[in-house]
Design a protein around this ligand. Sequence first.
Ligand code: CA
Length: 379
Amino acid sequence: MKISDIKTYIVSQKLGEKSFCYSQAWYNTRTIMILEIITDDGLSGWGEAFGNAFINQAVIEHAYKSQLIGQNVFDTEKIWDQLYNSLRDNGQKGSSIQALSAVDIALWDLKGKYTHLPVYTLMGGARRKQIVPYATGLYHTSLDQDPKALVSEAVSYIKSGFRALKMKTGFGVENDIKMVSAVREAIGPEIDLMVDPNHAYNASSAIKMAKGIEPYNILWIEEPVPPEDIRGYQEVKAATNISISGGEAEFTAYGFKNLIDARAIDILQPDCCITGGLTAFNRIITLAKIANIQCYPHVWGSGIAVAAGLHASFSMPDFPEALIPGKVYFELDRTENIFREKINKNPLVIRDGYIDLPQSGEGLGIEIDRDLIKKYQIG
Ligand code: CA
């Protein structure tokens, strides 16, 4: 159970006509760094890092790899602290932590493969039998977006079984209100609807937007202001009755402690592939649990990221416990991404608007399609 080799793969899919934009940029490709950790007895564990694949790969190859060879895969807490400390003075956030996330997720996958147990059991046990997937979509495909296209996309998610949707906003306050109104009218009152402006606003414009969409029964507003603007989060949170979420651009339990202490956010969204893997996720969850602040993981990436997010979502506690605890929402990006759909040969099943707890499987419960990696590998 000692680490004998580490391989990094950068895979990339060109989107062509399926390019789309959110409030900050266009997406023309899906490019991801996948990590494989191999042990001395021939097992492989898989991880993934969010963000710039080439920088993440460089961190693994030049900073972490030599520290990892020979380590015991069960020493996840020790390894996390060692790698973090090795770049601490200049890498408390960003690619150093995203790369660490990939390492940590692969180690948890291996721990599960050695013990023949699913990762959610190793993380402390499954707390629920079902979670509610929500469709992340309704991106814009033109800077002069036709609301009819968003409406028909939203309706298609409902038809395919989703009971919750998150739409991209942040394209101007008046534009956001118009699009939210059109989508809410089309999907009816029963469907959970969230909005995500990806920090396109300052506090005063975010409050205007929030007030404008309050009549449309919005479950949460995600990242209304930039991640550094904690005071802005507090102002928006105080000004609207819609819950405020955020945290996908925050790193490690150290970073989340500041958000939690500031009571800046109603719903924390740590991402296992960003914030330092499942080890960091469990530490963040402990802080959130003590502060009694809801968490729903942010998920964006390949089938490996989806699997890590699933195990995190099934294992985390309720905030707080109750006879009828709150739902756990799970993010499922619906934009074009062959790595999300195909890298794991075990497809994700949505049944009656829910994802069921995986009953079998070791580690992350994924079977990697190595041919797909070969086909799309670059660099
Ligand atoms: Ca988001």
